[in-house]
Design a protein around this ligand. Structure first.
Ligand SMILES: *[C@@H]1O[C@H](CO)[C@@H](O)[C@H](O)[C@H]1NC(C)=O
Ligand SMILES: *[C@@H]1O[C@H](CO)[C@@H](O)[C@H](O)[C@H]1NC(C)=O
Ligand SMILES: *[C@@H]1O[C@H](CO)[C@@H](O)[C@H](O)[C@H]1NC(C)=O
Ligand SMILES: *[C@@H]1O[C@H](CO)[C@@H](O)[C@H](O)[C@H]1NC(C)=O
Length: 431
């Protein structure tokens, strides 16, 4: 990787990149890189300044009293420590890994990213993922992952780890694997995934449709909402799709838009919109599934997972790190911090709303910081097989958003299991 040739390559390919970008992007990585293209240097954009005031102030935090009743383990502050044991699975042992995330199979050379374990600061231990324990807590239940490709990434990690203990049958799949459902007959456990990158009703931009997203902020997306009655556990994971250009509707009229030059709508950014989408979703679940006489539902909100682009998304070395950051090396700030904060606030607000209603459990899976510290765990150029087989190419796509499987995202599911175990204990003590 001689510096001179890389520079030449940069100059020559700039205009080509600009021309090719939208098509290669939409065709190959239909998520999350657009923000980088729109705003590669002055990232993050500052939608907060465009935000109407009324968006930000509905939430009232829980009182100290409410907090004190519930002091669970803090799994979300800690550090990554090296761990010789390595992952529970590899890229060949389960059939569900999306090709672009199968880094081992694609020849990712540095395997160091596989040998780290998250160690919480608190007294609480985070045990290694126990697939039998997980299957036990979800037995006779339907667990649904709902959201964008990060939801799918987390689901596939879980399925690979469960596959080490029990086999599953694919019951259903449509729309290029955007909707799938598996059954573990050993435990009568159903696990499914629903593609819904906004959670609320929306139309995604596409080459045949609009060149921006359209979101209807006061309607739950019925592609998953329609099945809500069958779900016992719901994992929500969204975020990156909110960065794309979009028009927002509410109460039947246009509320505003994001990155929409040429359209006669007011630019309102996406922070307030993410907040509204989550609120509509959580309220929708409380309304439809909360209350007595119901078996109840448990909801997890997986918080925003930061991207780690250091260079240009289509050049070699876009996310070249091979070790986790130490805590003092990396601050959670800017857009990453803001997205997480909105999600945490909406989770707390929904807990307050559901108080006394019963039948509804909710917890944030606050992985933003764990994720921020793992620049080494992305596919990068290994989203494709053996990307360096013919040397460094001038145009090399990189995925610095999703996680290699196995990889850091396996830890999200370790913490998820601890939350489920806690809920089960609480449930037993209530009986
Ligand atoms: C993956 O795991 C399987 C089963 O444990 C093992 O047989 C195989 O050699 C492993 N493959 C790699 C590339 O490590
Ligand atoms: C199997 O699990 C489903 C939930 O996915 C539940 O409705 C059903 O009652 C379970 N069957 C048995 C025999 O427990
Ligand atoms: C795929 O399945 C989901 C969930 O059942 C459904 O809402 C959606 O309309 C289906 N999509 C297609 C293209 O068939
Ligand atoms: C833009 O919107 C404003 C307010 O809705 C309207 O008065 C104006 O005519 C619109 N301009 C164009 C060019 O459509």
């Amino acid at each position: 990787m001689a510096a001179t040739s890389t520079n030449q390559i940069k100059d020559q390919s700039l205009s080509l990149t600009k021309r090719l970008f939208p098509w290669t992007l939409y065709a190959l990585i239909p998520i999350a890189l657009l923000h980088f293209y729109l705003n590669p240097l002055s990232f993050p954009p500052s939608p907060e300044s465009e935000l109407p005031h009324s968006f930000t102030s509905h939430f009232s935090p829980p009182s100290e009293d409410e907090k004190a009743h519930d002091t669970p383990c803090d799994y979300f502050n800690g550090k990554w420590v090296s761990d010789k044991r390595g992952p529970l699975y590899n890229g060949t042992t389960c059939g569900t890994i999306k090709e672009n995330q199968n880094c081992i199979k694609h020849g990712k050379l540095d395997m160091g990213y596989l040998y780290w374990r998250w160690k919480p600061n608190s007294e609480c231990q985070l045990p290694r993922f126990d697939p039998h324990a997980f299957l036990n807590v979800v037995s006779n239940k339907h667990l649904a992952f709902v959201g964008d490709s990060m939801a799918r990434n987390q689901l596939e990690s879980l399925l690979c780890m469960l596959a080490t203990a029990s086999s599953s049958t694919l019951l259903f799949s449509n729309d290029s694997n955007k909707f799938r459902r598996w059954h573990f007959s050993s435990h009568n456990a159903t696990v499914s995934v629903y593609w819904s990158p906004f959670l609320v009703k929306g139309v995604e931009k596409s080459s045949s449709g609009p060149d921006h997203n359209e979101l209807y902020l006061d309607h739950v997306d019925e592609k998953w909402g329609g099945d809500m009655g069958q779900m016992d556990l719901i994992v929500l994971s969204i975020g990156h799709w909110f960065l794309h250009p979009a028009i927002y509707y509410e109460d039947g009229s246009v509320l505003g838009c994001h990155y929409c030059p040429g359209l006669n709508h007011s630019a309102i950014g996406f922070y307030g919109v993410l907040r509204k989408a989550l609120r509509t979703t959580l309220n929708g679940i409380i309304d439809r599934r909360g209350g007595k006489g119901n078996d109840g539902v448990g909801v997890i909100v997986t918080t925003f997972s930061p991207a780690h682009f250091e260079g240009e998304w289509d050049k070699a070395g876009a996310c070249p790190k091979t070790r986790p950051y130490r805590n003092e090396e990396k601050k959670l700030e800017g857009m990453d911090a803001e997205m997480r904060e909105i999600e945490m606030e909406e989770v707390e607000a929904a807990k307050v709303k559901a108080k006394g209603i019963g039948g509804f459990r909710l917890e944030a899976l606050d992985v933003t910081r764990l994720a921020l510290l793992r620049p080494d765990g992305h596919p990068g150029p290994y989203m494709y097989p053996f990307p360096f087989a013919n040397g460094v190419q001038e145009h090399m796509q990189n995925d610095c958003v999703h996680w290699c499987l196995p990889g850091p995202i396996d830890t999200w599911n370790e913490i998820f299991l601890e939350i489920l175990k806690k809920w089960e204990e609480q449930h037993k003590s209530e009986e």
